[in-house]
Structures are given as structure tokens and as C-alpha cells.
Design a protein around this ligand. Structure first.
Ligand code: UD1
Ligand code: CA
Length: 449
């Protein structure tokens, strides 16, 4: 069965108090819209259509950033959810299969739930995702009779009796795409809100002798974001779930509540993550690595057996091969550290390639930026970079070469060579003793006067 996703994302999100459209607010470093789209990916949709409206150009750019093949349609006036779906329908005229409607501000519907809906379509013409609400509030209510769904009534239009129902509408629904196209055309806006309600397609289908059913899910999945406080709540819910998934997959987290993950963080089993490690987007860590306390990682790859931190910073393009050690107060950006490289203290490595088993001494800096351009530093295998070496890029250090402590290296160093780029030491016997005597005498004279 082919699937098309229709993701509604036209709303302004007034209660966010923001210039950014609601669906672009981030949870774990990704727009909430991406989370909604990602859930739908499990169904391997043949087509994805996002309905944008408020700040449509920004929404479109974000959608294409996630899925360049997605189609974005613009709903210029937000006349209701059925009207929004109707805007997507011309994109499905040549499509044969089911359409699933998702909401861009409901980011946590699980893949299993969407699969269950798709399966339930064998029994019903329309499948609606429902949930038992702890506090049903203003949600639409699902009016059922045994297994089947009769209609959905919006809170504003509901009777006292209907308001007492606790089975609520998540908004997500699934139906044959051409049936859905026909039904949304029939929806009217003669209701309390004066809007075209998508949930009305249920009663319309029933009136035409079709069947509708409910697939239930956990209320946590239907969590919608309407305010900054709810966004913070969604972030916390995401983090809690992501941490427990890592634990289930064999990652060691001694203090899970202090570790912050990104939407796409991947960590292999038996890797140890110490307290207060922060992940930005685009991080993959292989099995059996150790991420020590207070490290910050983004856009990087850490291989098996590597040790990072405490207090290390891996920035985009940092690629650590197996058994690499990156220690405290070391920053790595856009650099490849081959197997067994050690950079254990107080170092900046940017725009560099470092060969196997090379040791980078404390305080070493790749001076990669001249104020306008960035330049690369290349260091061979088994080299020894003395402490406090300034590597003024572009520069290369050969295999097995050494640089003297405190050197400023501006010229390439051939393999096996020792480069010294510092002033020669001058030692003056007894000079310190005489200097101290002179200074102390001067101070004594001043304090008398
Ligand atoms: C909707 C449902 C309600 C359900 C609730 C679950 C309707 C009429 N009601 O109510 O039964 O319990 O969701 O959260 O559908 N949107 C558009 N264009 C529009 C209108 C809305 O794209 O013209 C988008 C919004 O940006 C949002 C989503 O559709 O992402 C839902 O719209 P919203 O107005 O929040 O519906 P609710 O009143 O919450
Ligand atoms: Ca809503």
C-alpha cells in the first residue's frame, strides 16, 4: 500500500510570542516539524506534502532541508484543518494509496502508532488516532459505538454529555487519498468557530455508508506545543525518552538526567557517557568509547575505544579514529585524528590532518586563520609536537618529525627532522640574586621615605 503524508503546518502559533513560525521552534536541535516528518518516514511514504501558511518561505526552506523531495503548498488563509488538507489534495491527484494527516506541532507520534493506523485501515475506511486524556480540556471528543467511530465533535460545539467523553481526537487520521479529497470538499464551516473542521470527515463518511475506527495511543505521543512552556515540556519529554532508549541499547549513563542529547544522536553500546555531557546535532559515537564529564560534542564522529574529555569540545568535522585520546580543554574542529593520536591538554586543532600515533603536546595550537582565509595543517604519523607549539598554517610536519617546545612553526618540517622555532636561551650566572638584592633595597628605601 502506497502512503502519502500530509503535514499541517500553516498556523502562526500566536501563544509562542515569537517571530519564528511555531513549527520551526526546535526540540533537541531540530525544528518540531522535522520530528513530525521523521515519524512519518517509518511508513516509507511515496510523497510528503507540507501545508505551510504563516511565514511559508521559511517553513518551506526548513522542510526542504529535511527532505528535498517533499512538496510544500501554501494555505494563504487559515480557514481550518479541512481547508488545509484540501490545499494538499491537488498534489495527490495522480496518487493511488492512503493519505495520513499529521500535525507539524505534534512532534512525538511514534512510528509504531502510525504503522498500527496503517494496519487498521484493512478494517475501516477512515482511521483516527485517539487517546484517553487525563484532562480532556478543549480537545475534540470521539463519539464511539463499540468498535466504530460515529463522529468527532469539537469542544466548542459539544453538548455537556459529549464533553464528558474522555476519548479525544489527536487530529491524526488515515484514509484513502481520493476518498479524503472527496470528503474534505463536503466539509462546511457552520460551527461555533466558523472553521472547516477536518474531523467532520468522519460523520460525512458514515453518512455515505463508510466505516470509521479509532486506534488508541498514549497521551504522551499526542503532546502538542502551543506555548514556550509546552515547548520546554516537549524538550524534557524528548530528553527523557532519548536517555532511556540509550540505556536500553546498552549505553552507560551514570547520571542520565544530566546528559542532553540531540534529535539525531547515535551512540554505540558499551560506550560510557559521564555526567554533564552535551550533544549538539550530527554526532555519532561508536561502541566502547568513553565520553568524560562536561564535554560538548557536535557534528563529529568518535570511534571505538576513543576517550574524550573531561572538558573537551568536539566541533563540526571532528573525526576521531580508534583509540584517539582528546583530553581536557582541547578543542577539535574540521580535523581528522588518525588511530592512536593523543592530544591530552589545552590544545586547539582546527582544519588539520594528524597521522597515526602522533602526540600533540600541551598548549599546541594550529593557527588556521589569517583573518580572511582558513588554512590546513598536516602532520604525519608518529610525530611528536612539543608543548606550546604554534603551527602557522598552511604547514606540514612529516612522519616521525618533532617540534621543540615553544616553537612557532612557519615552514614545512620534513620527515624525521627536529624543528626549533624559538629564541636561543641565554643564561647569566648570579644575575637573579643581584637583581633581587637591588630591587629589595629599592623597596626598603621607598618605605622609609
Ligand atoms: C484540532 C482538532 C481537535 C483535536 C486537536 C488535537 C480540528 C477542527 N480540531 O484542534 O479535534 O482534538 O487538534 O490537538 O481539527 N492548521 C493549518 N491550517 C488551518 C488550521 C490549522 O495548517 O487552517 C494546522 C495548525 O497549524 C496545527 C494543526 O493544523 O498544526 C491543528 O490546528 P489547531 O488550530 O491547533 O487545531 P485545534 O484547535 O488544536
Ligand atoms: Ca492545536
Amino acid at each position: 500500500m502506497s502512503i502519502a503524508l500530509i503535514v499541517l503546518a500553516a498556523g502562526k502559533g500566536t501563544r509562542m510570542e515569537s517571530d519564528l513560525p511555531k513549527v520551526l521552534h526546535r526540540i533537541a536541535h531540530a525544528p518540531m516539524l522535522w520530528h513530525a516528518m521523521r515519524a512519518g518516514q517509518a511508513l516509507e511514504p511515496e510523497r510528503t506534502i507540507v501545508v505551510a501558511g504563516h511565514e511559508a518561505a521559511q517553513v518551506q526552506a526548513s522542510v526542504l532541508g529535511y527532505d528535498p523531495e517533499a512538496r510544500v503548498v501554501v494555505q494563504t488563509e487559515q480557514l481550518g484543518t479541512a481547508h488545509a488538507v484540501a490545499q494538499a489534495m491537488p498534489q495527490l491527484e495522480d496518487f493511488d494509496g492512503d493519505a495520513i494527516v499529521l500535525y507539524g506541532d505534534t512532534p512525538f507520534i511514534s512510528q509504531d502508532t502510525l504503522e498500527a493506523m496503517s494496519v487498521a485501515r484493512a478494517r475501516h475506511d477512515i482511521v483516527v488516532l485517539g487517546f484517553e486524556a487525563a484532562d480532556p480540556g478543549r480537545y475534540g471528543r470521539l463519539v464511539t459505538e463499540g468498535e466504530s467511530l460515529l463522529r468527532i465533535v469539537e469542544y466548542k460545539d459539544a453538548t455537556e454529555e459529549e464533553r464528558a467523553i474522555t476519548l479525544c481526537n489527536s487530529g491524526v487520521l488515515c484514509a484513502d487519498a481520493s476518498l479524503l479529497a472527496d470528503l474534505v470538499k463536503l466539509v462546511k464551516n457552520d460551527n461555533a468557530a466558523g472553521e472547516y473542521y477536518l474531523p467532520d470527515v468522519v460523520a460525512l463518511a458514515r453518512a455515505n455508508g463508510l466505516s470509521a475506527g479509532v486506534v488508541p495511543c498514549d497521551e504522551a505521543e499526542t503532546l502538542g506545543v502551543n506555548s514556550r512552556a509546552e515547548l520546554a515540556g516537549a524538550e524534557a519529554a524528548f530528553q527523557a525518552r532519548a536517555r532511556s532508549e540509550l540505556l536500553e541499547n546498552g549505553v552507560a549513563l551514570a547520571a542520565p538526567e544530566t546528559v542532553f542529547l540531540a534529535w539525531d544522536t547515535v551512540i554505540g553500546r558499551d560506550t560510557e557517557v559521564e555526567p554533564n555531557v552535551i550533544f549538539g546535532p550530527g554526532v555519532t559515537v561508536e561502541s566502547g568509547a568513553r565520553l568524560r564529564a562536561f564535554s560538548h560534542l557536535e557534528g563529529c564522529h568518535v570511534s571505538r575505544g576513543a576517550v574524550v574529555g573531561p572538558f573537551a569540545r568536539l566541533r563540526p568535522g571532528a573525526e576521531l579514529a580508534e583509540e584517539v585520546h582528546v583530553g581536557n580543554f582541547v578543542e577539535v574542529k574540521n580535523a581528522y585524528l588518525a588511530e592512536g593520536v593523543k592530544a591530552n591538554h589545552l590544545t586547539y586543532i582546527g582544519d588539520a590532518d594528524i597521522g597515526e600515533r602522533t602526540n600533540i603536546g600541551a598548549g599546541t595550537i594550529t593557527c588556521n586563520y589569517d583573518g580572511v582565509f582558513k588554512h590546513r595543517t598536516t602532520i604525519g604519523r608518529g610525530a611528536f609536537i612539543g608543548s606550546d607549539t604554534m603551527l602557522v598554517a598552511p604547514v606540514s610536519i612529516g612522519d616521525g618529525a618533532m617540534t621543540g617546545t615553544g616553537s612557532v612553526i612557519t615552514e614545512d618540517v620534513p620527515p624525521g627532522a627536529l624543528a626549533l622555532g624559538r629564541a636561543k636561551q641565554v643564561t647569566k650566572q648570579g644575575f637573579a640574586t643581584r637583581l633581587f638584592e637591588m630591587l629589595r633595597a629599592k623597596k626598603a628605601k621607598q618605605s622609609k621615605g
